[in-house]
Write a protein that binds this ligand. Structure first.
Ligand SMILES: C[S@@+](CC[C@H](N)C(=O)[O-])C[C@H]1O[C@@H](n2cnc3c(N)ncnc32)[C@H](O)[C@@H]1O
Length: 218
């Protein structure tokens, strides 16, 4: 057979196919792989994408959990809620619920989720304590929160109304201290995360208080 050089358009299609983990989303595959592995994502799971932005990760998660699962996408920006709903409708996805949250409330139903995922969102919270309360309420027993974050970025604009942590972003020790102070324990820590050398992630679960009865005290 003749040995032909690979043509540029063919090469571009191949690169796109490799880079795109899931149909209809631009979520990069290396990061999607890490995310799915960390959350033990499987068909039928129920997961929240808090601060979903343009919805890329919502769509990737929706494909992963399949028709028997559910993804709750939340946003505080109404235009983004409209855009995500539009994408979900165009792709005829029945397993996604898009919700408008606000600074005080995630807007998620109680006990809705096996896992909550936030990608570069936590440092945008103006009332992180209210959000942490929301995580606890939205998780089913055994549920986890995966916070993907970025270290403080010199030169990035300050965010209005957020706690002062020395700039745009959050250092890992500050995230750990804030989550721990509200009763979340660290399950796994990733000092690097695909896509940006300043990105990291932490997986938490809520500490469940042991009832005095269970210890034999009355
Ligand atoms: C840097 S973007 C990240 C978007 C998306 N997670 C991603 O990785 O592409 C941060 C997003 O968090 C949203 N956000 C900020 N505070 C929020 C809150 N309290 N609840 C839900 N979303 C929030 C913003 O509107 C913004 O779209």
């Amino acid at each position: 057979m003749e040995n032909r050089p690979v043509r540029l358009p063919v090469l571009l299609v191949l690169i796109l196919a490799v880079n795109c983990a899931c149909a209809g989303t631009r979520a990069p595959s290396a990061e999607a792989g890490r995310l799915f592995e960390t959350l033990h994502m499987a068909e039928g799971m129920s997961v929240a994408d808090v601060g979903a932005g343009d919805g890329d990760w919502t769509l990737a998660l929706a494909e992963r959990v399949g028709p028997g699962g559910r993804v709750f996408a939340t946003e505080v920006k109404e235009d983004l809620v409209v855009d995500i709903r539009d994408r979900v409708e165009r792709q005829e996805l029945d397993n996604v619920t898009v919700l408008l949250g606000d600074d005080q409330s995630l807007g998620l139903p109680d006990s809705c989720c096996d896992a909550i995922f936030l990608r570069q969102v936590y440092h945008h919270f103006t009332d992180p304590r209210a959000m942490r309360d929301g995580f606890r309420r939205a998780l089913q027993p055994g549920g986890v929160v995966l916070v993907v974050e970025i270290r403080i970025q010199p030169g990035w604009p300050e965010l209005e109304g957020v706690p002062d942590r020395g700039g745009h972003g959050i250092e890992p020790e500050d995230l750990l201290a804030e989550m721990s102070a509200d009763g979340f324990e660290l399950v796994e820590r990733y000092d690097s995360w695909p896509g940006d050398e300043d990105r990291y992630a932490m997986l938490f679960r809520p500490v469940t208080e042991v009832e005095p009865m269970a210890l034999g005290f009355f």
